[in-house]
Design a protein around this ligand. Sequence first.
Ligand SMILES: [Zn+2]
Length: 249
Amino acid sequence: MNLETMTGMVLSAMPIGEYDKRVVILTKEAGKISAFARGARRPNSALLAACQPFAFGEFQLYRGRDSYTASAADISNYFSGLRENLEGAYYGFYFCEFADYLTGENIEGAEILKLLYQSLRALSKGTIDFLLVRYIFELRMIALNGQAPQVFGCACCGEKEGLEWFDCKRGGLLCRECIEGMQGKKRASAGLIYTMQFILATPLEKLYTFAVNRQVLEELGELMKEYQEYYIGHKFKSLEILEMFQGAR
Ligand SMILES: [Zn+2]
């Protein structure tokens, strides 16, 4: 068995037997991997804190035939701020489940890992509306999955002017001429268009540096809901929990 060092973040952890855990780690080097962590639930285990969701750092792993075994970890960020903010933590679990759903093994994980890291950082800081953080994360994640909407030109003809409508099925903005007689199109405000352009074109480190007004946030929310249903079409358990939590307040 080879010992490998990988940079990654724990997406989920599941108890196994009495003292062990199985963790899913999104790594820069090998995409999403599953690792067995022997004794990780023993109070004196060096892996105890490292095998919790959101733990980010370097993991020492033995590669077996079809799984890994965690041997040690050097964690640089636990995002412990989220432990004190339940709503933020629920958003974090949702982001992890979303990343888990869209990624597989042996993919290039660096960009997704960076997006997840920056998004959890934005939740921890708490200076940007959590809903905006969520929509930014979803849109960038969908873009990394190769399904970004066309927001810099008409999705049908490429025209750059007169873009005032959006249609999920056609994959983005539409110009005045292309919407003639079209069903299902929706108006997109200039604020919404600018916001989507910013989200899709800005480097990941600078993604969480802006705010939008209530109206744009609502428009973006409606659009993301429809876009996600069309392109991802998956019910996330952690999102249901988050929405129950928000409904109960
Ligand atoms: Zn057009």
